[in-house]
Write a protein that binds this ligand. Structure first.
Ligand code: CMC
Length: 391
């Protein structure tokens, strides 16, 4: 096998040291700088968690006010950036727009790209966290042909995002506090998750010293895939397709069939082999949102029964497959009014905090080197060139 350890999918390779997030996959534990995700989801806010990840501690009241003020200073995007949207087809997937527009930020902010200066790194990080809701809401507005709504810095991070997404200039938009709280919790649940594929992508891109906005665009590209952040969209589409509890066994059978590529979307995780603590909080949040909006969705019943049936099936038990964060999130987002194509965008919005925190941690790590994996070469041995007329 040559001189290198072969580890496809990096199941046993630690690529860095990190103080941000701890996961115990066997026990279903997720901690951010020591704080359990359940406590953060229940008692904290996304801005507090952003402060915790970026600055190292939960903020005091003064620190919170200062951080909030710093973020809101950056919520607007350059007017010229609006023009970028017009270049996309109206039916473009919003994740395609996100990759393009976030990457394009690199062309606007030359004052925050000296990555060796911690102050400049922080400015780039604040800009990214602050502008993501604006850019995401604009992607949605563009797709439905409504005017862009400017940020309102009097509102909370999440309240402002809801208003930019669902508000229209002709009417006052009242943020529903229960929906705002549920949405904020969804953001907390997605804020960071150690060295997942998109975060590793951001770190690898950043390890060459590349522009931070471009690195986050790379993370967005990776997150888009259905095995990663795209699973929330795929999970809801699957639940809708199943449509009725009677049809669940048919889908379970397909998921177990080796010759069928179909998988239960929103099921399984590389690290969690007991349960995904984020999925439990998410399931409770579905009930809260349904109570608030006084709605029922038959898809939730399908999801609950699918979970129960799978968890009692030897295939899923043996392979330790459980619902992950993406299984229930789509049901909530759909009840709030988001189209499925926006689900992964919301994941990207929240994960930006983790990405920039991880990127900062990497750049400030004295042991940091360019990421450069090796390979096991399996091609032909050395041979001599043959001119085209002799081949
Ligand atoms: N349905 C049916 N079988 C599954 C599933 C599933 N959802 N997930 C894994 N398996 C089987 C798989 O076929 C394999 O069987 P065998 O050992 O017989 O070949 C075994 O379980 C191990 O799967 P794997 O693909 O080797 O595991 P992995 O760690 O490489 O992949 C995963 C993890 C999350 C990509 C995978 O479980 C999956 O594709 N799940 C569905 C997509 C999904 O929900 N992704 C969201 C992940 S969580 C949050 C996020 O990143 O967005």
């Amino acid at each position: 096998t040559g001189a290198f350890t072969y580890d496809p999918g990096f199941t046993s390779t630690a690529s860095c040291e990190s103080e941000l997030t701890f996961i115990d996959g066997g026990e279903g534990v997720l901690l951010h700088r020591g704080y359990p995700i359940e406590q953060l989801a229940e008692q904290s806010s996304f801005m507090e968690v952003a402060h915790l990840l970026l600055r190292g501690e939960l903020p005091t009241a003064d620190e919170y006010a200062d951080f909030n003020n710093t973020i809101t200073r950056h919520t607007m995007v350059h007017e010229q950036l609006r023009g970028f949207y017009q270049g996309f087809r109206r039916d473009a997937h919003p994740m395609a727009i996100m990759c393009g527009v976030v990457g394009a930020l690199s062309a606007f902010y030359h004052d925050s790209t000296d990555i060796n200066d911690p102050a400049q790194r922080m400015i780039a990080s604040h800009r990214l966290v602050a502008k993501m809701p604006t850019i995401a809401a604009m992607a949605y507005k563009y797709s439905i042909g409504q005017p862009f709504v400017y940020p309102d810095n009097e509102l909370s991070y999440t309240g402002n995002f809801l208003r930019m997404t669902f508000g229209v200039p002709a009417e006052e938009y009242e943020v529903n506090p229960a929906i705002e709280k549920a949405m904020d919790r969804i953001f907390i649940l997605h804020a960071d998750h150690e060295q997942n594929a998109s975060t590793s992508t951001v770190r690898l891109a950043g390890s060459s010293g590349a522009n931070p906005f471009a690195c986050i665009a790379a993370g967005i590209a990776c997150l888009w895939g259905p095995a990663h952040g795209g699973a929330n969209e795929a999970a809801l589409n699957m639940l809708k397709e199943i449509g009725h509890p009677d049809r669940i066994p048919e889908y379970i059978k397909r998921a177990k069939d080796k010759d069928d590529p179909f998988r239960l979307m929103g099921f399984g995780h590389r690290v969690y082999k007991n349960y995904d603590p984020r999925a439990s909080v998410m399931q409770e949040t579905v009930r809260e949102v349904f109570d608030t909006l006084k709605v029922k969705d038959p898809v939730f019943e399908v999801a609950l029964q699918l979970e129960e049936m799978a968890l009692n099936d030897p295939y899923f038990i043996d392979k330790k497959l459980f619902p992950n964060v993406d299984f229930y999130s789509g049901i909530i987002l759909s009840a709030i009014g988001f189209p499925t194509s926006m689900f992964t965008v919301l994941f990207a919005l929240a994960r930006t905090v983790g990405w920039v925190a991880q990127w900062n941690e990497m750049i400030s790590d004295p042991g940091q080197r360019i990421g450069r994996p090796r390979q096991l070469y399996t091609g032909p041995a050395k041979r001599d060139f043959v001119p085209i007329d002799k081949r």
